[in-house]
Design a protein around this ligand. Sequence first.
Ligand SMILES: *Cc1c(COP(=O)(O)O)cnc(C)c1O
Length: 427
Amino acid sequence: MFRGDKVFEKFEKRVWLSSPTMHGDELKYMKEAYTSNWMSTVGENINEVEKKVCEYTGSKYAVALSAGTASLHLAIKAAGIKVYGMPKSGVNVLEGKKVFCSDMTFAATVNPVVYEGGEPVFIDSEYDTWNMDPKSLKKAFEIYPDVKIVVIAHLYGTPGKIEELNKIIEEHNAVLVEDAAESLGATYKGRQTGTFGDYNILSFNGNKIITGSSGGCFLTDDEEAAKKVRKWSTQAREDAPWYQHEELGYNYRMSNVIAGVVRGQLPYLDEHIARKKAIYERYKAGVKDLPLLLNPFDNENSNPNFWLSCLIVDSDAMCRQVRSENETCYIKETGKTCPTEILESLSKINAEGRPIWKPMHMQPIYRMNPFITKEGSGRARTNAYISGEITDIGMDIYSRGLCLPSDIKMTTDEQDRIIEVIRSCFG
Ligand SMILES: *Cc1c(COP(=O)(O)O)cnc(C)c1O
């Protein structure tokens, strides 16, 4: 296909993991905001985004906010008040309360629990979808039967075992907060992610499947909660001629300019998903004879949005790789490789890859938080952790996996060269 020397030449233009892909309408709607002077957190673009997001996902209510993280914060606050009521102080809704959270995810999934004074308890992942493991969640409820809130993310756009997880959550009368920041457009048994939880969120960050450059959205079928979130996000003003406040407010509303970008992107969501899927399938075909797997999904029940294509190297094809808190090295062995070598090789040709999200239970900031695997407390094996032994599924996927360049604008020629570079690492 290529002359050997050509494959390893640097791309002139960097091939990104996932960068914004604009279509033109974004500028039109931003301009409308400008010319109509709705340069504020009120306006037609915001209304349209909320309407279109409801239509697309099937959620009853949508509140457009400044970021996915802000949306999660207010979702957690709504969940906390629903379960525990408003505390006398009006702040720290989760003071001292444990909350079950996805472990292998972006930190923004779990930080909002801490904003509200709660304590994240991390639940191990499973190999079938790389999301929260139902067996581990069951175990966690055995250990902490009083927990009433569960936060679940769908990693890289692949729906987790949401029905099974939800059944366990319902059995314990707990509330589900669904983090669909990465999975907008992905479905499980035909139903959109971001509609399974009592409170749910989306993100329009620059690297997501569609973007507003920033932005997020709160989704719910609970009218009261939607009203509350809208109020909190705009400084919690009461109905009065002056600034009257009974509740703690935030400045979390989406800007009408940002909403113009999101509004312009929404009609292209399905096209983005189709192009991401084609990238995933091209990788899959290109590496099918290598000792590795692409990020797996439930073929029968789910349609991922294929936001990022990832791979995991088979255990017996892994060369030795060691990671400290901020450095990594490996020892090359013939026929074997590791994420570090593949990422270095991609970087050499100017293509951007990334390690899998480092699990929260391995993060210094959360080192004292409980971590539950299907066997029980994953924290009992600290010695194994220090010695580098793999003791849980999240750590295993993290050590053997990586995210591949998955940018929609990547050409097939570029992707073929990337596949050749991956192939060369197994040499
Ligand atoms: C991006 C992301 C968020 C945060 O969204 P922002 O809009 O960047 O604040 C939360 N959770 C997950 C899983 C994400 O990938």
